[in-house]
Design a protein around this ligand. Structure first.
Ligand code: ZN
Length: 139
């Protein structure tokens, strides 16, 4: 089995910026030369997450609203007493979605559905530059 590791950087805006990282991921897979296996995507940082969505403006709005309903920014977070950084909601949102996402690789490509894109969700309260780490494993 071959393992290829690579990373790419993504600049994000404050308060839930959702970036489509499918093309960057596909480029890493193509460059790896691996035909059959899997690709793992992982974001460093506890206020960002990776998952998938149909990347269209309606759903991007809807996921933002859903996160506001589930984990309101205005709620009390004990985290604020420790660091005073005002991003308790950001951490909780990121934990629930999770920092990694795995996709099968078939015939040298990410084997995603037609309406399925990989997204990086940055939930922090300030703009950031994120590093997405990718491991492509297979042969
Ligand atoms: Zn914090």
């Amino acid at each position: 089995m071959k393992v290829v590791k690579e990373s790419f950087r993504v600049s994000t805006q404050a308060e839930l910026d959702i970036k489509n990282i499918t093309d960057q991921g596909q480029r890493v897979v193509a460059k790896s030369g691996i035909q059959e296996g899997m690709a793992l995507f992982f974001v460093s940082g506890s206020t960002a997450a990776i998952t998938n969505i149909e990347y269209e403006s309606g759903l991007i709005h809807d996921i933002s609203e859903a996160l506001d309903r589930l984990f309101p920014k205005e709620a009390y977070y004990k985290h604020h007493e420790r660091w005073h950084d005002g991003n308790g909601h950001s951490h909780i949102r990121a934990s629930f979605i999770g920092p990694s996402f795995t996709v099968p690789v078939s015939e040298g490509k990410l084997d995603l559905g037609t309406w399925q894109q990989i997204i990086l969700c940055d939930m922090d309260v300030k703009a950031r530059e994120r590093e997405v780490k990718v491991k492509v494993m297979g042969e």
